[in-house]
Design a protein around this ligand. Structure first.
Ligand code: ACO
Length: 323
């Protein structure tokens, strides 16, 4: 017998306010045409005043728990992946824990846009070691709070939102026919720290800071690193690219998504795409996209699904899941 981590439910939450490219072009020197052509983004959701990452996370968690048919009493561990916590400490996850009434333990993971893959992989490790049975994994962000709204090269790219999944221990037989997470790989390269960073923090400036990015360099590394890490999880399992039913990528930029899918011969219909409506929601983007494709019936039990992301650090990773 092999313990497998199965994703038994998912949910998402987006703030109600939508900011279109058209509206943005009245604030900074940009156009809808430029943003769509370079990124595929048409709009993004923005958290209301006073609405915090923990609020988004809580709302997504409730939906995931309903979908998975679990209650707070069933959950023994919570991980929130976020780069925009409510406060420097305590962890946003503990706030969510308190609101949900979960007994157990909760902590945040910080791997920026790769945060959800890091969190899911961590949940899988705890489950396979027998330390947890039912884990709530959330990606939640309010990137609108760390954007420089006068910098057109970054402020057009990001949005706010949250997605959540319930991961539960199940007995498998140890083959790739098991349902659940079949392979995960994580990487980081701190020599690229400056290419995508926030220019503030408690220890450095005692301010929150704003997001800064060398867009071209990030783009160049993203396509290479993502292709390499997908190759790793395929090799780990012996599953071939033509067996992939769904690619659920971190939604950074349509051109990165297209480039990655092309490398593996995955057709556009097999790529779950939300970047046009959500923009880049960092750690929230994968569970938001996953939730959409599960709830609209595209992703079905037994499908082979690859989740992948890259972000600041650099960090990157992928998980191969049999749904
Ligand atoms: N509107 C209009 N013009 C703009 C805008 C804008 N919003 N932003 C930049 N420009 C201008 C620049 O000033 C520059 O003008 P210049 O030629 O007169 O100097 C021109 O457009 C080209 O700028 P580049 O930065 O070279 O444009 P590029 O083609 O590289 O596209 C982009 C920029 C979209 C950011 C691209 O580099 C990219 O997608 N990079 C990946 C970054 C990313 O996705 N990061 C997300 C976080 S990391 C992750 O999730 C993987």
């Amino acid at each position: 017998m092999t313990v497998r981590s199965r994703i038994i439910g998912c949910g998402s939450y987006l703030p109600s306010t939508i900011l279109t490219n058209e509206e943005l072009s009245r604030r900074v020197d940009t156009t809808d045409e430029w943003i769509v052509a370079r990124t595929g983004i048409r709009q993004r959701h923005i958290a209301a005043e006073g609405e915090m990452t923990s609020d988004l996370a809580y709302n997504a968690a409730i939906k995931a728990m309903e979908h998975a048919n679990v209650t707070a009493a069933d959950v023994d561990m919570i991980i929130v992946a976020t780069a925009t916590p409510d406060n420097t400490f305590p962890a946003t996850a503990t706030k969510v824990q308190n609101r949900l009434g979960v007994v157990g333990f909760a902590f945040d993971i910080q791997a920026v846009c790769s945060g959800f893959i890091y969190a899911l992989t961590t949940a899988d490790m705890y489950i396979r070691n027998g330390q947890a049975k039912t884990v709530l994994v959330i990606g939640a962000e309010t990137f609108s709070r760390i954007l420089d709204w006068e910098d057109r090269s970054t402020c057009v790219l990001f949005g706010d939102g949250a997605g959540a999944v319930i991961v539960q221990a199940h007995e498998g037989v140890g083959t790739i026919n098991d349902q659940g997470i079949l392979a995960s790989r994580l990487h980081s390269d701190g020599s690229k720290y400056e290419l995508l960073h926030v220019d503030g923090g408690p220890s450095s400036t005692q301010t929150v800071g704003h997001l800064r990015m060398e867009g071209r360099e990030v783009f160049r590394h993203a396509v290479t690193n993502l292709a390499a890490v997908i190759r790793e999880v395929l090799d780990d399992t012996g599953i071939t690219a033509d067996q992939i039913d769904w690619l659920v990528p971190h939604q950074a930029n349509q051109r990165i998504l297209d480039g990655t899918a092309r490398k593996f011969g995955i057709s556009a219909e097999r790529v779950v795409m939300t970047v046009d409506r959500h923009a880049n929601t960092s750690a929230a983007s994968i569970p938001l996209a996953l939730s959409e494709a599960v709830h609209d019936g595209r992703i079905k039990r037994g499908d082979i699904v690859i989740l992948e992301a890259m972000g600041g650090g650099f960090t990157w990773g992928a998980s191969l899941v049999r749904w």
